[in-house]
Design a binder for this molecule. Structure first.
Ligand code: SF4
Length: 431
């Protein structure tokens, strides 16, 4: 029987030769990811159900990355990190990336791949809905709750229902003013936030050769259409990325020609426009050029969706030689991204200096920062009725802090162009 890439990965991880949508199978996990928000809850359930002195099923496969509420004076947030620290010590976990040390990395979904924990054909579970990001590297990756994560901690397994696949064929070449964010916002706009509920979103862009970071942005937001996972077939770019970061061997898997999918949608990349998702839902698609009368109070570039190096590079290209006219918050996703912002240059100038000369606020330490609101002292958190253009992935009411603020989701190019003009702006005005 012909199978999709998602079905093949789950079949192999379940020790089966064939699975089909709707089957329930016990799947072996390759990686369990958790962080400071869900880690303490997961650890509590694990210790309650498996015993105070129980050991995790495989210490090499549990990866813990504090990243959400970490640069704050909030005592409850600090206690969460203390719980992670204590657990990592008790369990002697080799992959605990503690804040305040040189081992610190930053936002889990960018850091997990950077640190070489994601390989094609593997199964990644994480206590965070945006774990689907890792489908960018040809892995099955999905977000789970604390109870499921605790069960995996103890057993290494999880019961998974095989999702049906929706295939998205992206044809042609990607224009340089279009980023992964524009692609996924339009697809979510077409589908709606429930349009891919419990489906695998399989993206095929063979001719376009989207960058790994564009693929990460696209897979990251599969959950915003309700999907179980998003996935790209691995190619030479994937192998280059993975082999530069992981010494472990892996066996990639691919969809069979003619594998059954529940539906297939085709897009011509040349037809995409720089766009936003209007408040208060990621499916409220609008071309940026149609909203040029919408004033913004601030711009925010960061998060697992829009805080990767290529995101800052794109923003810097727009801001170079220009000034922003609204408060512009820059939050690198990881320490590696922050380092590259300091060192990499465009036309002989570091990105850091480009942003400084453009009048952006001082670059924050890498973390989730205001993507999820956070404690009152969180960098970039909204507190009033601000209109924000943001490279993050969710714009629900209150998501960035204040219930009064209005969030427009956009690519870093569109966010940077809008920061320069103070209104929502199609970046083609500056390209
Ligand atoms: S950056 Fe935002 S979406 Fe990503 S893991 Fe952090 S809070 Fe979640």
């Amino acid at each position: 029987m012909k199978m999709t890439i998602t079905e093949k990965i789950l079949a192999r991880a379940a020790g089966k030769t064939v699975v089909k949508p709707g089957d329930n199978v016990w799947v072996n996990a390759d990686i369990l990811l958790t962080h400071d928000i869900c880690g303490p809850g997961t650890i509590g359930i694990f210790q309650r159900e498996f015993g105070k002195n129980a050991k995790v099923w495989d210490r090499e496969k549990v990866v813990i990355l504090p990243d959400h509420y970490i640069f704050t004076a909030d005592e409850k947030a600090k206690r969460n990190v203390d719980i992670l620290r204590q657990f990592a010590k008790e369990q002697d976990l080799p992959y605990y990336y503690d804040v305040g040390t040189t081992n610190y990395r930053g936002v889990c979904h960018v850091a997990l791949a950077e640190a070489g924990h994601v390989r094609p054909g593997e199964v990644i579970f994480g206590t965070d809905s945006h774990t689907c990001t890792h489908g960018a590297l040809g892995a099955f990756a999905t977000g789970i709750g604390n109870t499921d994560a605790a069960f995996i901690m103890g057993t290494g397994k999880l019961l998974v229902k095989i999702p049906p696949t929706i295939r998205f064929v992206l044809k042609g070449a990607k224009p340089d003013y279009i980023m992964g964010k524009d692609i996924i916002l339009r697809i979510i706009g077409d589908l709606g936030v429930e349009g891919a509920n419990y489906c695998a979103m399989e993206f095929c862009a063979g001719g376009a050769r989207l960058s790994i970071e564009d693929r990460m942005t696209i897979c990251n937001m599969a959950i915003e259409a309700g999907a179980k996972n998003g996935i790209f077939a691995p190619d030479d770019l994937t192998f280059e990325y993975v082999r530069s970061r992981s010494k472990k061997t892996f066996e990639p898997l691919y969809s069979d020609d003619g594998a059954a999918v529940s539906s297939e949608k085709s897009y011509d990349l040349a037809s995409f426009e720089p766009c936003v998702a209007k408040p208060h839902s990621p499916d409220k698609y609008a071309p940026a050029g149609k909203l040029k009368d919408v004033k913004i109070d601030r711009a925010y570039i960061g998060s697992c969706t829009g805080g990767k190096f290529s995101d800052f590079e794109a923003a810097a290209r727009v801001m170079q030689g220009r000034r922003v006219c609204v408060d512009t918050f820059l939050v690198p996703a990881t320490a590696e991204v922050a380092e590259k912002i300091r060192k990499e240059t465009i036309n002989g100038k570091t990105l850091e200096n480009i942003f400084k000369e453009a009048g952006c606020l001082a670059i924050a330490k890498p973390s989730c920062a205001a993507c999820l609101g956070g404690p009152d002292d969180t960098f970039g958190r909204t507190s009033g009725n601000e209109a924000v253009i943001s490279t993050t992935n969710r714009n629900f009411i209150g998501r960035m802090g204040s219930k009064g603020s209005e969030i427009y989701l956009a690519s870093p190019l569109t966010a940077a162009a809008s920061a320069v003009t103070g209104r929502i702006t199609d970046p083609r005005e500056f390209m």
